[in-house]
Write a protein that binds this ligand. Structure first.
Ligand SMILES: Nc1ncnc2c1ncn2[C@@H]1O[C@H](COP(=O)(O)OP(=O)(O)OP(=O)(O)O)[C@@H](O)[C@H]1O
Length: 246
């Protein structure tokens, strides 16, 4: 829950301006603009196929952009490649991300540290073990022995050990019991208190609203509305999140 909203205006960490993305000739993101400040959890809401994952992939440079500008901490990263973007501090946990089943939990986490540090960095593992004690308990077990929910937590842990300044989570609850999203979003909230920014796409709207500081409603590749969770609940926009369209 966002009882710790800082009173000072937060510094903008990620700034997306007039983003256009196409698959072949089909443009699916038509000029989206949004910001993610440091220390805040920002959620993109909208029906399936609205373009949310595409926007996330464009930020991480996993797909090419047709137009627009992406700035991170004041630097123009529009033309940067995926590795440069990770090194700048933007780490994305992909939708339905699968961990390496035959490796131990600890080795899966170590892999997550290589993105920013080619030698790996074990020191980040303790932080994840503190946040997710269930991973510490099972650190020497093969990841295949974890439940589906624990594997998703491990995938998020792989993102956190990369020491991001902006952590991007694409539907972390996908296919899992709702309790898992509570664990993950509670941790995301704690990381925000420490200054990390989180950009979340999540279909469990209520869960997302309980943790978000700010929301953007995505409709057919455009930002149709933005505001706080309170404004979203208080107005007539919430049904559009569930039902889509006006
Ligand atoms: N690889 C692809 N090739 C072609 N079209 C795609 C591809 N990936 C997504 N699309 C299309 O782009 C549009 C936006 O999809 P996207 O996955 O970004 O939406 P979303 O809001 O994240 O939905 P979901 O919650 O289902 O992931 C949809 O019409 C989708 O069919």
């Amino acid at each position: 829950m966002h009882d710790m909203i800082p009173t000072q205006p937060a510094q903008t960490l990620l700034k997306v301006t007039d983003l256009h993305v196409a698959y072949g000739k089909a443009e699916v993101v038509h000029g989206a603009s949004f910001v993610v400040p440091a220390g805040r959890l920002v959620v993109l809401l909208g029906r399936n196929g609205a373009g949310k994952s595409t926007m996330l992939h464009a930020i991480s440079s996993l797909i090419s952009k047709k137009g627009g500008k992406i700035e991170f901490d004041g630097q123009d990263i529009t033309a940067s490649g995926p590795i440069e973007i990770v090194r700048a501090g933007v780490v994305q946990v992909l939708q339905g991300h699968r961990v390496f089943h035959s490796l131990t939990v600890e080795d899966n986490l170590l892999i997550g540290t290589f993105a920013r540090n080619p030698r790996g960095d074990r020191s980040k593992l303790d932080r994840v073990y503190t946040l997710f004690p269930e991973l510490k308990e099972k650190r020497h077990q093969a990841a295949s022995r974890l439940s589906g929910g624990q594997q998703q937590i491990l995938a998020v842990g792989q993102g956190i050990v990369g020491d991001p300044r902006l952590l991007i989570l694409d539907e972390p609850s996908l296919g899992l019991a709702p309790i898992i999203i509570n664990r993950i979003l509670d941790v995301a909230t704690e990381l925000c208190r420490e200054g990390m920014a989180v950009l979340l796409v999540e279909q469990l709207v209520e869960k997302a609203l309980q943790h978000a500081h700010h929301c953007y409603l995505v409709e057919t590749g455009r930002i149709a509305w933005e505001g706080t969770p309170e404004e979203l609940r208080g107005g007539d926009m919430l049904h559009r999140v569930y039902l889509g369209g006006g």
